[in-house]
Structures are given as C-alpha cells and as structure tokens.
Design a protein around this ligand. Sequence first.
Ligand code: UDP
Length: 564
Amino acid sequence: VQAVFRSNLSHLLELMGSGKESLIFMKKRTKRFTAQWALAAQRLAQKLGGVRRDQKQILVHIGFLTEESGDVFSPRVLKGGPLGEMVQWADILAALYVLGHGLRITVSLKELQSNLGVPPGRGNCPLTMPLPFDLIYTDYHGLQQMKQHMGLSFRKYRCRIRVIDTFGTEPAYNHEEYATLHGYRTNWGYWNLNPKQFMTMFPHTPDNSFMGFVSEELNETEKQLIKDGKASNMAVVYGKEASIWKLQGKEKFLSILNKYMEVHGTVYYESQRPPEVPAFVKNHGLLPQPEFQQLLRKAKLFIGFGFPYEGPAPLEAIANGCVFLQSRFSPPHSSLNHEFFRGKPTSREVFSQHPYAENFIGKPHVWTVDYNNSEEFEAAIQAIMTTQVDPYLPYEYTCEGMLERIHAYIQHQDFCASPGPAPPGARAPQSPFILAPNATHLEWTRNASLAPGAWPPAHSLQAWLAAAGRACTDACLDHGLICEPSFFPFLNSQDAFQKLQVPCDGIESEMNHLYPAFAQPGQECFLQKEPLLFSCAGSSTKYRRLCPCRDFRKGQVALCQDCL
Ligand code: UDP
C-alpha cells in the first residue's frame, strides 16, 4: 500500500489518548503545529515527485510515560520538569502520521501487550507470534518492557525497533561482550542492536540516526515584525528549574549582564518567588509554550547557565531572533566527570551547554564564551546588543526537514536484512578496483557495482586516514564531510590500507571499536572483527583510524546528496 500525506491531524490527537499532563502538553503542541506540518507535507510531496512510499504499520510505545516505569515526568510537566522528551515524541508522532503511515500509540504496559497480541494475564508469551507492525518506535524503558513481554519474538523482531535515545549510544557501549570486557557497561546499554537503531535528539555521533524534533518556522513578514519589535536590552535566562540559579560563581557574570540588560526568567514556582532567583530578575514563572515563544520574540538574548544540556529551547530562541550566549566548558563535561552524564552509554565530551548550537549554528546567532573571564563575557554582551541578527532555523529542525529525514529512514533503513551494519565478510574486502586513491584519501568510484542498492549509496564514500588521537567523527568534519559507519565494511581490508599507502608491517583482525586502524609504533594494521563495533566515535593516541566519510545535504546532515 502507498502512503498518502495527511494534513488533518484530528485523528492523531484522538490516537494520543488523554489524561496525563504529558499527553496534554504533547497534544497542545501537535495542534499548534498543524498548519506547519500541512505546509511541510505539501512541500515535501512536491520535492519527492511521484516517488513510491510504502505505508508501514507502526507502533509507538512511549516507555517513559508508562506507570510501570515510574512515569516521573508527567507529574512535573507543570512544575518545571524536563519537556524536551515530550517535545520530541509529539513531533515524531506528528511526522509519522503526516507521512501517512498506520499508527498505534501506547503509554501503558497493558496497551502494549494487547497490541503485541500477548494474551491478557500472561506476563510473558514464550511463543513467537507474528508481529503486526513493520516498525516499533520506543525508548530504553519500552525496550526493557518489550524484552520482558515478547518472549522469543523479541529476538526475532528487534531489528524492527527504533530506540529514541536523547544523548545517544555509542557502539562500544552497545556490544554486550565488548562492553563487559572493556568497562563500557552502563545501566542502559549493551542491547547488541545496530547502533543506527538508536535515534538521537541532536546529531551527536553519526553512529546513531539523528531523529531531532521541530521548531516553528517564520515567514518573511513574521521575521521582519520580530526584528522590529526586539528590545535590545532584554535577556531571558535558559532554565525552568530554580536549581540552575544555584550555580557557583554566577554573581560575577550576572552582575555584568544586569548592568546592560533587563534579566527575565521562566522559573517555576509554587506560591512565592524562588529564593535562588535574585530580586532584580523579572521571573514569569513557567510559561505555556506559546507564551514562552512570545517572550523570546521580544528578547535580544537567551542566556544559558550551563544546564540543562542540549535541549530544544536554544533552537527556539534562535528561531525567534535571539542570540544564544552560553559558557564554554573547560575541561569538557562527559560521563567521566559529570553526574548528569554518568552512566550514559556515550564517551562524548561536551564542550559547551549546547554543542549543536555552537558547532552547527555559531556566530552571529550563538556565542560560546568563558564565563569566568569577565572581560570576555562583558565584550560579548556589548557586541550582542549592537548586532542585528535574523531569526534562523536550520532546515533539519523545520517540519519539512524532519519529514524528509524520517521519510528517508523509513524507506531505506533496514536492519532486518543483515545482523550488523553490513553482512560480515560478505561485501567487505573484495575487489581491488573499487577504491580509487586520490593522493591523500580514497574515493569510491561511481561505477561501483559491488553494493547496488546500498543506502547511503556507496559512491558518496570518501575514506581518510585520521591523525593519531583523532576520532572519525572529527576527522571527517575536518574535511567538510560526515562519518558514515555503514561504509566501514568497504574499508575493513588490507586493500584499503594499501591504497592509502599505509606501510603495514603486519595485519591482524580483532574486536576493537577503533578499528580499522594503523598503530604507529610497530607499524601494525588492525582490521575490525565485529561489524557491530564499527564506530565513528572514539579515539586513542595509539592509533590512526581509517575513516569512512560522506557528503551531506546543506542543513540536513543525516542525508547524503544522493540519499533521497
Ligand atoms: N518551555 C516552556 N515554558 C517555559 C520554558 C520552556 O514551555 O517557560 C519549553 C520550551 O518551549 C521547550 C521545552 O520547554 O520546547 C523544553 O526545553 P528545554 O530546552 O528547557 O529542555 P528540557 O530540559 O526541558 O528537556
């Protein structure tokens, strides 16, 4: 059956159920975005022309909202608790629905069981039953619940699962045996899924799929209106919880800020003003999302204190014409040194509160400075007040961008066809004629016939030998490219090393998430033995990694030029 774009979301709102505060928040958001989604669908339909899109039957099981997992978020929706996850789930549901797929939504274990066909009263069904869904979107909580209640079917069907995973899961943490042996075990990880089955909030590492969310897109008239109505001396502080105001050393930079600007906050409070928030701050309390947007439209500056990490609000602020000012983290925060990241299945180092804003958007919209350096901070405030900035939203965070990306994933990603990112050995170290050396790197020639139908298409591959200590994520970015883990199998061969003129004294095949790589002392070349461990993330000064890179569409880093 062909999928047909939908523009009326009222049936989706019914499917979303009711009761919980979190669902109410999500439904309001979906309703508010209806016109934007409809317009985006029209545009994407035009762009895709008559391309065939298969309609999928999709189950969305939002594990963290189930009572069985504790549902700690719903009661905090109106109290300044995190909303980013709900923003994202609301947008995922909208995107799947607008793309025209068959949708079921569950937020309790009972609903999950009945949709999976588990007989009521039977906690665990040992038989493999046919699964009525082509795809299941869930989170780590939901994954655990499915494992417990699907019996043997779980193994059989887990390739159909997509895990919404805000901060991402790196391959080293995902592979059970490897994680256990090498100290990468966490409370979340080691599911042995294809790392691309994890879908993140921001494009953290290309080892995972970038899912994202949306922010409002303004037309030219609205943009002009906002620019004309900006109060150049108005700042809004990022954060809904009073705890962010407890930050050590904030007095210094706050007093500088207050010298130049009127400081506003949206900190939740019950009856009286939160004591942590200084008297000079105009606190609006937690605002409903549309009113928060209105506040951003007037403000010149949106300022982060260092927490929360990597949420949606800075993108909304920038989309509404604010400058986002944030502190640089030195040393960077990570699961090694910060409580928040501890136990998360990633080794990623976070160099500022919002690395996406810093690296993908940057100046004039985003300023990342050292808050301990008063001169630097003050100079930034002064510069920001006199800089004209247009509202800006990266394409990948528009409704059209999100539809385009999810469309591509649904039509092209298939993790059931093979156990890993590629069949082990099958199409890997083959012909010596496919990779063309290009002085410093290798390019896959266009007439490559070895991987027909591969996605992303193999001809977008460029291989680079990274410097020692450099991860493939960074090595590819250095060349204006993005690491593409599904291309690793093409490079995992002696032939690739030879073409790059790497003087291998010996060659060995082992399990290591940094391989394929060249170890300088000893001149040894190492191949990857376990396809699940191919990883863009990760580095060691011992190795020069062999990195598969590809091009990407402007504003849509998840997709290569020829990926649609
Ligand atoms: N938000 C809101 N009211 C406010 C402040 C923020 O509704 O007073 C919304 C904002 O529009 C954003 C969401 O909260 O979409 C989550 O933003 P944040 O970046 O704070 O991430 P979180 O830490 O909540 O996941």
